[in-house]
Design a protein around this ligand. Structure first.
Ligand code: PRP
Ligand code: URA
Length: 206
């Protein structure tokens, strides 16, 4: 399943992020706000179970989330989506996977992994602003599945058709959520029109 979250607020904020004149502070703040808006949609089908409670007026059958949510940002840039999602799901646990893309070969390399226990029972949201060739997301999801996860959602801001196809081919069971599906990759593997290097723009490293 590919869900492109076409929403005027998301598109407006993403346009600010795409603008090369936008500095680190505004880039980060808009990413954080988009993450919160996307989380609302991504959580739409989270499972719930009935729970008996007492309101001040009497008994009531309410509903509560029945599965733990685990957010896994792909380091570094995925960190930019973490706080916004956690504001909506404050009980979520957080795992980390560090991947960097070799600038020459475009191959992803894992350099860090730390996950909470019981991934097999959780809804796992893998988050990264950019889905370019898809190499990083495909490898991250493979590693997360090896730790037992079976219910995985991939949440990215901007995707290229190549990246979407790569994830769909390698992990057809994973739902993909994007704020925008862009046109293509350029010859050095950057998304066009995209927004440039997300990690560098979030952390001010270039
Ligand atoms: C970026 C981005 C993704 C990856 C996407 O990370 O945040 O993780 O590239 O490219 P792909 O789909 O072709 O794998 P990068 O490797 O630049 O590392 P960073 O987050 O540390 O900046
Ligand atoms: N990584 C980024 O940060 N941006 C791109 O366009 C592609 C990969």
């Amino acid at each position: 399943m590919l869900d492109i979250l076409n929403h005027p607020l998301i598109t407006h904020k993403l346009t600010i992020m795409r603008n090369k004149e936008t500095g680190t502070k505004d880039f980060r703040e808009n990413l954080d706000e988009i993450a919160e808006l996307m989380a609302y949609e991504v959580c739409r089908d989270l499972p719930v179970r009935p729970v008996e409670i007492e309101t001040p007026m009497g008994p009531c059958t309410g509903r509560e989330l029945s599965k733990e949510v685990v957010i896994v940002p792909i380091l570094r840039a995925g960190i930019g989506l973490l706080d916004g999602i956690r504001r909506l799901v404050p009980t979520a646990k957080v795992g980390f996977i560090g991947m960097y893309r070799d600038e020459e070969t475009l191959q992803p390399h894992e350099y860090f992994a730390k996950f909470p226990k019981n991934l097999e029972d959780a809804v796992v949201m893998v988050v990264d602003p950019m889905l370019a060739t898809g190499g990083s997301a495909v490898d991250a999801i493979t590693q997360i599945k090896k730790r037992g996860a079976v219910n995985i959602k991939l949440v990215c801001l901007v995707g290229a058709p190549e990246g979407v196809q790569a994830v769909q081919k390698a992990h057809p069971d994973v739902d993909i959520y994007l704020a925008a599906l862009d046109e293509k990759l350029n010859d050095i593997g950057y998304i066009v029109p995209g927004l440039g290097d997300a990690g560098d723009r979030i952390f001010g490293t270039k």
